[in-house]
Design a protein around this ligand. Structure first.
Ligand SMILES: Cc1cc2nc3c(=O)[nH]c(=O)nc-3n(C[C@H](O)[C@H](O)[C@H](O)COP(=O)(O)OP(=O)(O)OC[C@H]3O[C@@H](n4cnc5c(N)ncnc54)[C@H](O)[C@@H]3O)c2cc1C
Length: 373
């Protein structure tokens, strides 16, 4: 159990899926960890994520491979932590309509198959046998099945990872915003809190969409943008949905509440500028209408929640993970697809913080790549 009198080896700032994964991996390796979280663990982007575990549109190939390894890391984590992790298997289904989108899907599936990704074309009939209430247009002959995809109940996973870290001695402090990192030469030598400083030999910054602002005073370039997205939750449908589905104009999956979780890329655009004064449930209405077109039980549900989440979006779209340039004892992890990647990044970064050689898997994703731009 946590013992606040023991000096920590590593301080982790931020307890979303990334920080919680780093904390668990470090604690599992025997490090004494303190986690400093401004609000409630999991209440940042990780609590407002579609949380589809996949590597379907992750380009180029090295980024695809990182995400595929991220999916595999959850299978291992689930065998360590059991059902409390909130890891859901079942694969995902996708179909396209229209010549251009169908061609794009065919090319993508061929590319993914050539890389060994778990993807196959299946007949409309078989897809309907998997999810009987789906309304797949008769003009669609084939549907794509990605059998290794899944989804994560991310807030539950954060709780589970932190509980497992605590059981190994981690000190997890909620409502503890870090005001600043104090730098002396090439080291962070103190972490400023509202009620005094904390010191730790190593620091890992996992603050998601707050990364750029948080690190700006250290005079280092870590360009992470903020990209909002809207998701809506429905009441419980009369027949459940079993897996993630991507149909034209809408994506949906089972929500942990028993309802459906709905999203659409073009509806994200409505909330992106942050200017709209329209209530979110109103903005989300088209999602419900579109869901009803592809999943019959969605015609009889209502929207019970609509949430905006802010994606941490590195300037080139790809993961940033590694030592902060100019500092010998501080690391940063900031990424889109952070749910898919959390378990893997936690493990790889924990190894490096504890002195193992730099991971070749992270070579293309180092923060230093932005320094010369
Ligand atoms: C609409 C939407 C859909 C998405 N869909 C997917 C998907 O299908 N699959 C996928 O893999 N990813 C998806 N993502 C992306 C994914 O959710 C994020 O990449 C991931 O949640 C980021 O996790 P994080 O731990 O880095 O950040 P967060 O979850 O935001 O955690 C950062 C934490 O740091 C804390 N913090 C911030 N500043 C401080 C401070 N100064 N002191 C202490 N604590 C601080 C915050 O309170 C927060 O709890 C989606 C995101 C959105 C918004």
């Amino acid at each position: 159990m946590a013992n606040p009198d023991v000096a920590p080896d590593v301080a982790i700032i931020g307890a979303g899926i990334v920080g919680a994964s780093v904390a668990y991996a470090l604690a599992r390796r025997g490090a004494h960890v303190v986690v400093l979280e401004a609000g409630t663990p999991g209440s940042g982007t990780s609590g407002t994520s579609f949380a589809w575990l996949n590597s379907v549109r992750k380009e180029p190939e090295h980024y695809h491979r990182l995400n595929a390894a991220g999916m595999a890391a959850y299978r291992e984590l689930a065998s360590e932590l059991g059902d409390d992790l909130g890891y859901h298997t079942g694969g995902s289904l996708e179909w396209a309509e229209g010549a251009e989108d169908t061609r794009e899907l065919r090319e993508r599936v061929a590319r993914l198959a050539s890389r060994g990704y778990a993807v196959e074309w299946t007949s409309r009939e078989r897809a309907l046998a998997m999810e009987p209430p789906l309304q797949i247009p008769r003009t669609v002959d084939d549907v794509v099945f990605y059998s290794a995809d899944g989804w994560l109940d991310a807030p539950r996973a954060v709780r589970c990872l932190l509980a497992a870290a605590r059981a190994r001695g981690a000190d997890v402090r909620a409502s503890t915003p870090v005001r600043a990192l104090r730098r002396r030469n090439d080291r962070v030598d103190a972490i400023a809190l509202a009620d005094g400083d904390v010191a730790a030999p190593s620091v890992v910054v996992c603050v998601g969409p707050a990364t750029a602002a948080f690190l700006a005073p250290l005079d280092t370039t870590i360009p992470v943008g903020r990209l909002p997205g809207l998701l809506a939750v429905t009441s419980r449908p009369s027949s459940p949905l079993g897996r993630v589905v991507h149909a034209p104009g809408i994506h949906l999956r089972p929500d942990a509440s028993g309802g459906l979780l709905l999203g659409a890329t073009d509806v994200d655009g409505v909330v992106a500028d942050g200017e709209s004064s329209t209530p979110l449930l109103e903005v989300a209405k088209p999602l419900l209408e579109r869901a009803g077109r592809v999943f019959a039980p969605a015609r009889d549900v209502r929207l019970v929640d609509a949430r905006v989440g802010v994606r941490p979006m590195p300037a080139d779209g790809h993961t940033i993970a590694g030592r902060i340039p100019g500092l010998t004892n501080a690391w940063v992890v900031a990424t889109h697809s952070g749910v898919t990647l959390g378990a893997l990044l936690g493990r790889l970064v924990a190894d490096e913080v504890l002195g193992k050689p730099p991971s070749p898997e992270l070579e293309a994703f180092r923060p230093g790549r932005f320094a010369s731009r």
